[in-house]
Design a protein around this ligand. Structure first.
Ligand SMILES: [Zn+2]
Length: 66
């Protein structure tokens, strides 16, 4: 039989599940908003783009994660 194959699969899945758990438990999660600390304008956060790299469309200030 192929015990080594089964062992390898189980190990791989376990590591992947741990990674997902940490990502979702981090608080804000993949959604949420970016908010301007200067004028309070909010825009939907885009996954992969940090809020502090986005300028507020209202006043041009760097935005922060809500
Ligand atoms: Zn602003």
């Amino acid at each position: 039989m192929s015990l080594s194959q089964l062992k390898g699969r189980g190990f791989g899945q376990g590591r992947r599940n741990q990674g997902q758990g940490r990502g979702q438990g981090g608080g804000a999660g993949p959604g949420g908003n970016c908010v301007c600390p200067a004028c309070g304008h909010k825009i939907p956060h885009r996954p992969g783009i940090p809020c502090n790299q986005i300028s507020c469309p209202q006043c041009g200030a760097p935005m922060i994660r809500e």
